[in-house]
Design a protein. Sequence first.
Length: 216
Amino acid sequence: MGQKVNPINFRTGGIFNWKSLWFASKTDYAEKVLEDYKLREYLEKNLANAGLVEIEIRRSINKLLIVLSVARPGVVIGKGGTNLEKVKKGVERMTNVSKDKKDKARVELKVEEVKKPDLSAKLVLERIISQLLARYPHRRAVTQAMEKVMAAGAKGVKIQLSGRIAGAEIGRSEKYFQGSIPTQTLRANIDYAEAPAKTRSGYVGIKVWIYKGEVV
């Protein structure tokens, strides 16, 4: 089971909290879920250069709070807060476009800095993807990434590549390990991310597991 289930989903409600925190009636639930999806898509697209790690959406009766965990908060805020205000207006348009004045939600954005970007599976994954697209040797890219992760204080790291690695005619999988990754231990704090890299010869799927230690 530990090799097939997303480690974050497996531990949500245990050691991890939900990424969306709100309550809705049966009639409004689907609309809120779709709105969350569109908001995440919009923020991922507009804050791609900021090293976006996590988006947490919290709703109350007339307030929408979005907490952004980023590696480069200065990029999100912009000069004098101009970029943050632009993003906020975009979110307000998406959430209040078809609502009456009394139903409109007050939008608030909160930016938090990720102290150790090398312990974020998503940022490590994005770095490997950019190196593969630049035709960097895949073994060297993975080895350097694992060394940085372990130097940042991780207890273990695993990276898997699948597909036409290095332009091979036949697809294959390669796994690289350092330290330990106890995927079936529910108290283990494991960060996980996966995404494809569209190289010139075809897609290469990349998965990253980072073990940060046990939650007491």
